[in-house]
Structure formats: C-alpha cells, structure tokens
Design a protein around this ligand. Structure first.
Ligand SMILES: Nc1ncnc2c1ncn2[C@@H]1O[C@H](COP(=O)(O)OP(=O)(O)OP(=O)(O)O)[C@@H](O)[C@H]1O
Ligand SMILES: [Mg+2]
Length: 237
C-alpha cells in the first residue's frame, strides 16, 4: 500500500499574529498526498498556493494544525531539523529558476550535494549525470546568464534532483517560459515522475498542464475548494 508522504490536518497559516493586522492566509487545510502521486495545485493569484508550497517544503511552519512529512511532525522541529529534512526530502523548482549567478551549471547542480556533505568527486560525477538527464551536458560550463530560460529551468530541475529527494515541488515552473519550452519542461516532470516514482507537486496557472497530472487541488481564499482526479499523461519520448 502506498504510504502518506504529505499529511496536513487543519493547517492554518497566519501572518502578523497577535496584531490588529493579523492575516489568515491558509484556513484549515487538510491534505494528504501519497508517495508517488503527481498533484497540481491551482487557484487565482493570492489564493495561497505558494504559501502552501512553502509549508509543504518545510520552508515555514504552520500557525496551527499538524503536518507530518513522511510520518515526521514538522510542527515540533527546530530550524536545524527543518533544514536537514528539506535537504534530504525536498527538491524545489521555482518560476524564476533561482540559480546562483556566478556558478556554472555544473556547480549549481552540485550545491545541494555540498550542503548534504557529499564528497567533491561524487558531486561532480552526479552533477554531470543529472545534466545529461535533462539534456544540458553540453552547457555544463555555462553560467546562468549564458543560458536561455528553458535551459536555466532544466539546470534548476537537475539541481532539485541532486540529493535524490522523494518529493519534487515546483511553483509555476513554466510561468516564465514560452509554450513550447514550457511543454519541454513539463515533459521532464512527467519523465522524472514516471521513472523515479517521486511525489511531484506542481503549482500552475495553466489548466491544460494541470489536467495532465493525476490529481488537481484547487485553492480559493486559503481553502481547498476542490480536489479531483486529473487525466494524467503518458510520457512523450
Ligand atoms: N510573508 C508574508 N507576510 C504577509 N502576507 C503574506 C506573506 N506571504 C504571502 N502573503 C499573503 O498571502 C496571500 C497568499 O499569497 P501566495 O503567495 O501564497 O499566493 P499565490 O496563490 O501563490 O499567488 P500567485 O499565483 O500570485 O503566486 C497573499 O494575499 C499575500 O499577500
Ligand atoms: Mg505564488
């Protein structure tokens, strides 16, 4: 039986807590995602998608409720435990790539492995393998400003996979790309999902891309208002 990778129960996220300006951004979110699922999160701008992704990715703590990540209670973790678990369990991909400017592609992909204490030789070998996986081996000595948007995102995906995390989180990964390049990046997510059985969670404004995933969770005003099956999609090769 598949195990629960993400289990949120009654999760709230509030800002400016205890002030007259207190904001209730996420309200009573209960969401369970099983190992190996490919889920998209949709909703209008400001509905709380990135806030939810930051909680799922252990960048932030819930204000109330419980969050078990692979069975571990995030609420009770120290900041150090949170960064350790992030390093081990989560790969992040962002709309704006967030690559380190003066590091080439190879070094960018190596960085999470450096944090994880992997030795230099293994880092370089694995970084090359990952850049090959995303079709970027010929550009491995290029810096981000020498790469196109789609190429940067492929490097960012390789980086997200560096420590072989069970969970891949992508917040609008195709949002800055033209549709053909977005298609290529989306195909890469399908491939990673199918070949490595990772749990993939994708925020997107593109309904067609959301339909390709196995499950579509819709957020409005910080609440889950719909949670239904998507069509899924075979990998195009
Ligand atoms: N650090 C913060 N402090 C206060 N309010 C915040 C903070 N971060 C986000 N918010 C507020 O939370 C709400 C949800 O923001 P969030 O970034 O999660 O939306 P989103 O669904 O990702 O939107 P978009 O599609 O535009 O990226 C917004 O009203 C935003 O202003
Ligand atoms: Mg957002």
């Amino acid at each position: 039986m598949a195990r629960d990778m993400i289990q949120m129960t009654g999760v709230d996220k509030n800002y400016f807590v205890g002030t007259p300006n207190e904001l209730h951004i996420l309200k009573k979110i209960s969401l369970t995602i099983q190992e190996g699922e490919f889920v998209s999160i949709v909703g209008v701008s400001g509905s709380g998608k990135s806030t939810l992704m930051n909680l799922i990715g252990v960048l932030d703590r819930p204000s109330a409720g419980t969050y078990l990540l692979d069975g571990m209670p995030v609420n009770r973790m120290t900041d150090n435990q949170m960064s350790d678990i992030r390093c081990e369990k989560i790969g992040f991909v962002f709309q704006t790539f967030n690559l380190i400017p003066r590091n080439d592609a190879l070094k960018n992909v190596e960085l999470p492995m450096l944090y994880a204490g992997v030795d230099a030789k293994t880092r370089t070998r694995r970084s090359r393998e990952l850049l090959e996986l995303v079709g970027m081996e010929e550009r491995m000595h290029h810096q981000p400003n020498e790469l196109s948007g789609g190429q940067k995102q492929r490097v960012a995906i390789a980086r997200a996979l560096a420590n072989d995390p069970p969970i891949l989180l992508a917040d609008e990964p195709t949002g800055s790309l033209d549709s053909a390049t977005g298609r290529m990046v989306m195909d890469l997510f399908h491939r990673v999902h199918e070949e490595s059985h990772k749990t993939v969670i994708l925020v997107t404004h593109n309904p067609a891309l959301a339909e390709e995933t196995e499950r579509i969770v819709t957020i409005r005003d910080g609440e889950i208002i719909d949670d239904r099956a998507g069509g899924g999609k075979a990998v195009s090769r």
